[in-house]
Design a protein around this ligand. Structure first.
Ligand code: PRX
Length: 635
């Protein structure tokens, strides 16, 4: 088990140095010892960031589900693989053992095949957080179909854009979903989306809320009868190391969402290895990540990473506030959760409720607390540490991205001393660099710059589906021979990293990446709108919230601004989803622009954040007079 489970700081440094000195040798050893392969690789790594081209474990043959399921059957067949906790606490939890999972994934895989899905086909999965979501995902992987999971909170327009971008042949969905007290008509959203998707031939529908929905003849099929008739044995498709495993969409600062493509072997090796170490997972631990499988956190650290380690992973359908704000703590007590992984936005919302609820439950099972998705502010860090971890469970502030596939910078619990708001040290094999405006690498400590990575790691996304040029432009063109993350970071006096936030036009709201351009496009569709600009401003629960400056075509128009704001937010919810709604909308006479016509978001950002004292020189603007007007009418 050498190097697979790091236990003290000295060992971390030792293994880290080894992983950087000889990455190929290091990852080969990990891959060799901890996974099952149908055929081993011919070459560990081939890479060229200028093309960019990255290949790990070339020539190897495998199936990731054999690593996540089959190989555990002999020793862990009766162990719980997925522990499903429903939205309603009165509904019983479900323990799906590795043996059950094996049979259910195989049945689902056979249904996919019987419905014409073959290796390489794209399947869109738009399912709430119920076991079928994980099972459908694994069933695709079993037969080599490429899954594209779309978060089941996205709108019909967002869904159809994603289906069309990768020409999905099938959509898997549910009749509806539960979300706290509410139900959501998922099938209705799918029907609306599919009006614009000619590639979809079949829709498989699982029953969750037993609602009365319409089924389109020849296209829509109830899943359960098909599963009942399917065999529970399905041979795993033998995949090449570099065959795509999935596509997952993430927002860019401009244009349509980017379908990040992750491939099989490297993704498996890296997510499994990071899971084991970043959470210090031990056999019989119960691990819970509260993310949705619709995001990368759920792919890597609810499904693939935990299952590759034979872990028990909790899958929670509900929300932190239902039936009350004690729900998370109640689940931790009920299932004796050992590792708990959530987002700063959830911590802030729960902290706002005080400590009474959290003190009501026995949280003594907890050993590790994780945070992901956005910077965790000092106050939230301490609240988490004091009231949830009782100062005994280390907090791992894990920095990573959809594009990186796995955790990149994090403390290793009980190994790396933590420091509030710091993601601390690079994970094994990760070579970060901070770059200044001139493209020079900043050496030494106590520096801050743009965060780049100098050397490939096994789970880096290989391309953007259908648009390799965009992949190159976005990640490899800013700085030569480096992967550019889009984030800024500082390195303190001992070499710890602190992520300072995005340096592009992506805004992170409640841990969700939102590009400003698609939101502005949605707003500009409103017939009364001439132009708009979106910026982020600090929000005590969401981290950042959206502030929209909107100029109307007819500036003197007497239309009710409240109604207009409502219509604009509705348009955003329809085009993107409710998560992208604006918290504040200010109607302006004009937007500050450079002489070349570019909107000066920097100024708008400062005004939205109430930092008017250092706006800088505005006299060189095309229309300096509009700045004062915006300040005077600030919300
Ligand atoms: O800005 C960083 C922020 O989230 C971005 C990636 O978002 P996404 O692809 O949706 O993946 C989120 C889950 C892995 C990053 O570029 N981010 C993520 N984790 C942290 C973070 N910012 C600060 N600290 C973190 N721990």
């Amino acid at each position: 088990m050498s190097n697979y489970h790091i236990k003290h700081l000295e060992e971390y440094y030792q293994v880290y140095r080894k992983s950087v000195r000889n990455p190929e040798g290091f990852w080969e050893e990990i891959a060799e010892e901890h996974f099952i392969w149908r055929k081993k690789w011919d070459k560990v790594l081939e890479w060229d960031f200028s093309k960019p081209e990255i290949k790990w474990f070339q020539g190897a043959k495998l199936n990731i589900t054999e690593n996540c399921i089959d190989r555990h059957l002999a020793t862990r067949g009766d162990k719980t693989a997925i522990l499903f906790e429903p939205n309603n606490p009165d509904e019983p939890s479900e323990h799906i053992t590795y043996k059950d999972l094996y049979h259910r994934v195989n049945k689902f895989a056979n249904v996919l095949k019987e419905n014409g899905i073959q290796k390489g086909d794209r399947v869109c999965i738009y399912v709430p957080m119920i076991p079928e979501l994980a099972i459908a995902t694994l069933a695709c992987a079993r037969i080599g179909a490429i899954h594209s999971v779309v978060f089941a909170g996205f709108s019909a327009t967002a869904l159809s854009t994603r289906i069309n971008d990768s020409d999905c042949k099938m959509v898997i969905t549910a009749d509806g979903s539960y979300r706290g007290k509410k139900t959501i008509d998922l099938k209705g959203i799918v029907d609306e989306a599919l009006e614009n998707c000619s590639s979809v031939k079949t829709v498989l529908v699982t029953k969750r809320i037993n609602s009365d929905i319409s089924m389109k003849e020849g296209r829509d099929k109830w899943l359960q009868p098909l599963l009942d008739n399917a065999s529970n044995q399905c041979k795993a498709e033998i995949m090449d190391a570099e065959d795509p495993l999935f596509i997952l969409y993430t927002s860019g600062s401009t244009g349509k969402p980017k379908g990040m493509v992750h491939t099989t072997a490297g993704y498996m090796v890296y997510t499994a290895y990071t899971f084991k170490n970043a959470f210090q997972y031990r056999e019989n631990d119960v691990y819970w990540c509260t993310a949705d499988i619709g995001w990368i956190t759920g792919h890597s650290y609810i499904v693939y990473g935990p299952l590759a380690n034979g872990a028990t992973t909790v899958l929670f359908e509900g929300v932190p506030s239902y039936p009350d704000f004690g729900r998370f703590w109640q689940i931790i007590e009920k299932h004796k959760v050992n590792q708990f992984y959530t987002a700063p936005t959830a911590i802030r919302a729960l902290a706002k409720q005080g400590t009474e609820l959290v003190d009501n439950y026995d949280l003594s099972s907890l050993k590790v607390l994780g945070s992901v998705g956005e910077p965790i502010n000092e106050e939230a860090w301490h609240w988490y540490n004091d009231n949830v971890g009782k100062k005994k469970s280390p907090i791992i502030d894990t920095w990573w991205q959809t594009e990186t596939g796995g955790i990149m910078i994090t403390p290793i619990p009980y190994v790396t001393p933590t420091k509030p708001t710091y993601a601390t040290l690079p994970f094994i094999g990760i070579q970060p660099a901070l770059i200044d405006e001139n493209g020079e690498e900043l050496k030494g400590n106590q520096v801050d710059g743009r965060l780049c990575i100098k050397f490939p790691w096994p789970s880096i996304a290989r391309t953007i589906w259908g648009n390799h040029e965009r992949y190159k432009d976005t990640y490899f063109s800013a700085f030569e021979n480096m992967y550019f993350t889009g984030d800024g970071a500082l390195r303190d006096e001992v070499g710890y990293y602190r992520i300072t936030g995005r340096v592009d036009d992506v805004i992170i709201v409640s841990g969700h990446n939102l590009g400003t351009a698609p939101i502005e496009d949605a707003i500009n569709e409103h017939p009364a709108v001439a132009e708009s600009a979106i910026v982020g401003f600090p929000h005590d629960i969401k981290g950042s919230a959206l502030y929209g400056y909107i100029t109307l075509k007819d500036v003197g128009e007497s239309r009710n601004h409240q109604n207009l704001s409502h219509e604009i937010n509705q348009l955003i919810a329809d085009r993107i989803g409710p998560i992208a709604k604006l918290d504040k909308i200010q109607f302006t006479l004009g937007l500050p622009k450079t002489r070349s016509g570019k909107i000066m978001r920097r100024i708008l950002r400062k005004i939205a954040s109430n930092e008017m004292e250092n706006l800088g020189d505005v006299s060189t603007l095309l229309n300096p007079e509009c700045v004062q007007n915006i300040i005077d009418n600030r919300l």
